[in-house]
Design a protein around this ligand. Structure first.
Ligand SMILES: NC(=O)C1=CN([C@@H]2O[C@H](COP(=O)(O)OP(=O)(O)OC[C@H]3O[C@@H](n4cnc5c(N)ncnc54)[C@H](O)[C@@H]3O)[C@@H](O)[C@H]2O)C=CC1
Ligand SMILES: CC(=O)[C@H](N)C(=O)O
Length: 370
């Protein structure tokens, strides 16, 4: 029964993955705004708000960021984009466009037609999946970054490109890992993110581009599934606990990694984008909330699901995790622009359980109806 429930849930979640499409979709309100050359109610309510384009917005973080930014800047001012077909709820909640970050001309067209001010560049192949397709990771994570840098420079945009704990490597100090230290990562993901940090900083001092980057830790979210990273286990364990009650963990029980609940990640991003340039002493900051191991996380999840069984079967991802920071030092983000996390390990687990339990209950009711 529990396994069947798990399958129902995963079938539902896997619908978040769609084949590429060349269609350009917008909400009727956005279409009207474009056709009539401008501002609908959404714009008038937020006269000073930036117009934001989010690339790769159908992944783990994009939909949540669009929701948060739409609350602050107005629904029509935040445009989601991706190369995949969006689910209906995305189309119903605001403007969505097809945008391939490998197509610089297409990006220019969107920036001009929609009067974009800020570009949030989320498109990427994450650490584990990047190792499976290095040429594609190089295209999306490196060429894509070149394209958004050029477009942002040309049109004077504020540009955010997230970096990651994966931008550090085996030669970096791991406990704690400061902002400024040796960065010699050994995944294509990490190499491409160091490239993005350095290119962004170069465009900042050479051309005055307002480039900003946060090095996120592993992000845990209830509404969205992870995109193929090394930290994915910390999210999947919740789904397994609530379905099969058995989690096969691909990391050793003592593998410590920095982590953050998604609400903190998204709030950090918006607060950082809003910070005045005088507050920033750097352009790339570490941010973190907690650090835990699989066995510490399992102990916390067992407070809700006491008979959760965890089987440890380390695979190729262990090698990646062994080179990454264990504890992240984000003192500079805290002192320069006031970063503060809200979710620690117990609150994150409680929040995940509260969010996921109703979904599994609905799936159970649907199954009984079938
Ligand atoms: N989720 C996490 O734990 C962390 C994420 N980050 C960074 O945050 C950003 C967002 O991460 P997630 O949402 O988790 O990633 P994800 O892997 O879930 O989503 C990436 C999105 O990029 C899109 N994409 C792929 N190729 C594209 C192309 N050619 N043009 C346009 N879009 C394309 C995909 O369709 C997908 O929707 C990424 O840059 C990632 O490196 C950094 C550290 C941790
Ligand atoms: C920490 C990240 O950048 C991502 N979640 C991954 O594991 O690749």
């Amino acid at each position: 029964m529990a396994r069947a429930l798990g399958r129902v849930f995963l079938r539902h979640m896997s619908q978040a993955s769609f084949p590429p499409t060349t269609l350009t979709r917008m909400t009727p309100a956005a279409a009207t705004a474009v056709a009539t050359g401008r501002r609908t109610r959404g714009y008038q309510d937020f006269p000073d708000a930036p117009r934001v384009l989010i690339t790769g917005s159908l992944g783990q973080l994009g939909t949540g960021l669009a929701k948060l930014m739409r609350e602050r800047y107005g629904r029509e001012n935040v445009i989601m984009s991706d190369i995949n077909k969006p689910p209906r709820h995305v189309l119903e909640n605001g403007p969505f466009l097809f945008a391939d970050v490998l197509d610089q001309r297409g990006l220019r067209e969107i920036v001009v037609n929609y009067e974009i001010d800020w570009l949030i560049h989320f498109s990427a192949l994450l650490s584990a999946i990047g190792e499976q397709n290095v040429p594609l990771a190089m295209q999306v994570n490196i060429e894509g970054v070149h394209n958004v840098l050029e477009v942002s420079k040309t049109f004077g945009l504020k540009l955010f490109i997230p970096s990651t704990i994966g931008a550090f490597g085996p030669d970096s100090p791991r406990n704690p890992t400061p902002d400024m230290t040796i960065q010699r990562p050994r995944t294509i993901y990490g190499v491409s993110k160091v490239h993005a940090e350095l290119m962004g900083e170069y465009y900042n001092h050479r051309f005055g581009l307002d480039f900003r980057s946060l090095r996120y830790p592993g992000v845990i979210s209830a509404d969205t599934m992870p995109g193929g990273g090394t930290t994915d286990y910390a999210l999947m364990i919740f789904h397994d606990a609530l379905t099969t009650k058995q989690h096969v963990c691909y990391l050793r029980p003592d593998t410590r990694l920095p982590m953050m609940y998604v609400d903190d990640t998204l709030r950090a991003t918006v607060d950082f984008m809003e910070a005045s340039p005088d507050q920033l002493t750097m352009r790339t900051y570490n941010v973190t909330a907690m650090s835990f191991t699989p066995e510490e996380l399992a102990a916390e999840v067992r407070k809700y699901v006491p008979d959760l069984e965890v089987i440890y079967q380390p695979d190729h991802r262990q090698n990646i995790a062994d080179q990454w920071p264990m504890v992240f030092d984000d003192t500079n983000a805290r002192s320069d622009w006031g970063w503060q996390h809200r979710f620690d390990l117990p609150l994150m687990c409680e929040t995940m359980m509260k969010a996921l339990l109703p979904k599994y209950s609905e799936a159970a009711i649907d199954m009984l109806k079938e």
